[in-house]
Design a protein around this ligand. Structure first.
Ligand code: PEP
Ligand code: MN
Length: 457
């Protein structure tokens, strides 16, 4: 049956769920807090703080995700692997916004589709780790788990899980949101002024002339439409931006979970669009239990070990009524696995008739270590996974409705390749990420152009 012909079932409050019901399940990837009294005090204060987002925004986003599920929007989700408190500053926030706006302009122009912009920011502070501890020179300490938990320096003090960081993370998220909202409301995202988003590369990049041509084309179309309308068109003066993060640290997420007047159920009001990481998607685990009960649109990362039945069960548990806009699946297979691993999952979900938005994360399956000890990703592999994902969807009769990227508006050297041909030896020049390597501004634009070419734009 065609998905959009299916009757929408009544949508109910989930049974036997409460914001803390996850605590009865196994919660992996959580820190160990020695000072339980300090943890309780921090969580108490957090749960009294005003929300970062509103239920209206969350429900608006859900409608927009539902449109993306129907092929009427393309999702661009991007930002840091791990935000850091130190990067909560004017330059980093504006540059990240600039690169996302530039990319969405390329996508809108090339795909002729509205772009739904979702930042991986204002809360992306908790990281899953492959090991609980790290050993250097015979000294073993807890792993760095993100600024919301501890600090990256390799000392016992820095690596201690500090409950006060929960409050600092919330404050930094609020500052990031506040500045982002103010920029957008103040006209920073105005399509009449794409020069506001210029970054240094625009003057000297091999991609610059293609980008300039697009910007000029859009400005011409805008002038043409406004001449016809006889007035400046308000809707081109602002864009919407939504926030997302991996809802990993469940005590923090619980403290952001609220009821709202005149709405049924519970909302996570610490972000618009939380996701479940690949390591925490166990059906009977604490993360799935927590996500089951919130009304936000939610996403799950889907890696190469995901089995069809597990995925279908996750959809049953997280979206029993097949509500439009509720579920996004972000596949992250790796360039060498995507052609094998993705098609059976696409087929299984298609055959189940369930509504999902498929998004490709071409970053996390392509991480490798260089001989000089850097964690990196090759642009060719990132691009290769994305291209193969478009092909797999075309062959399966499904639709790739978005991309999920780790990127920055800074001129970092963390990923190899791209138009500038970065090589291993360049990595030491400007490697700033504390966790995973990000595309720099130029590599991000190049990927946006590739998406347009591959999607037939
Ligand atoms: C991430 O998004 O930074 C991450 C850890 O991803 P995944 O869960 O896909 O490994
Ligand atoms: Mn990452």
């Amino acid at each position: 049956m065609n998905v959009s012909d299916r009757p929408v079932q009544p949508i109910r409050e989930p049974e036997n769920w409460a914001p803390d019901s996850w605590q009865a399940r196994e919660a992996i990837q959580q820190p160990h807090y020695e000072d339980q009294a300090a943890l309780g005090a921090a969580l108490g204060e957090l749960s009294e703080r005003p929300p970062l987002v509103t239920s209206w925004e969350v429900l608006t986003l859900k409608r927009l995700v539902a449109e993306a599920q129907e092929g009427r929007r393309f999702v661009l989700q991007g930002g840091d692997c791990a935000e850091s408190f130190a990067d909560c500053n004017n330059r980093v926030i504006t540059n990240r916004l600039k690169v996302l706006l530039q990319m969405s302009l390329v996508l809108v122009h090339g795909m002729r589709l509205p772009v739904l912009r979702v930042g991986r920011f204002a809360g992306q502070y908790a990281k899953p780790r492959s090991a609980d501890t790290e050993t250097r020179d015979d000294i073993t300490l807890p792993s760095y788990r993100g600024d919301i938990i501890n600090a990256p320096a390799f000392t016992p003090e820095a690596r201690r899980a500090d409950p006060h960081r929960l409050l600092r993370a919330h404050s930094h998220s609020a500052m990031t949101m506040n500045f982002t909202r103010a920029l957008i409301d103040g006209g920073f995202a105005d399509l009449h002024h794409p020069e506001y988003w210029d970054l240094a590369w625009v003057d000297h990049s091999p991609l610059a002339s293609e980008y300039r041509q697009m910007v000029d084309g859009i400005s011409d179309s805008l002038r043409f439409m406004e001449t016809l309308a006889g007035e400046a068109l308000e809707s081109f003066s602002r864009v919407d931006f939504f926030t997302s993060h991996e809802a990993l640290l469940l005590h923090y997420e619980q403290a952001q979970t609220r009821r709202v007047p005149r709405q049924w159920g519970w909302f996570n009001l610490g972000t618009h669009f939380p996701w479940i990481g690949m390591r925490t998607a166990a059906l009977d685990g604490a993360h799935v239990e927590y996500f089951r009960g919130i009304r936000n649109p939610v996403a799950i990362k889907v890696g190469p070990t995901m089995q069809r039945d597990h995925l279908l069960r996750l959809l049953d548990v997280l979206n029993p009524d097949d509500e439009p806009g509720r579920m996004t699946l972000i596949h992250r297979m790796g360039a060498d696995k995507v052609a094998d691993k993705l098609p059976p999952l696409l087929e299984a979900v298609r055959a189940s008739g369930r509504r999902v938005l498929w998004v490709c994360d071409p970053m996390h399956g392509n991480t490798e270590s260089t001989s000089n000890g850097y964690k990196t990703r090759r642009f060719a592999n990132v691009a290769g996974e994305l291209e193969q994902a478009f092909d797999a969807h075309a062959a399966a009769g499904t639709r790739l409705g978005g991309v999920h990227l780790e990127l920055t508006g800074e001129d970092v050297t963390e990923c190899i390749g791209g138009a500038r041909g970065l090589v291993e030896a360049d990595l030491s020049r400007a490697y700033k990420s504390t966790v995973d390597p990000r595309l720099n501004y130029e590599q991000s634009l190049e990927l946006a152009m590739l998406i347009v070419r591959k999607s037939g734009g």
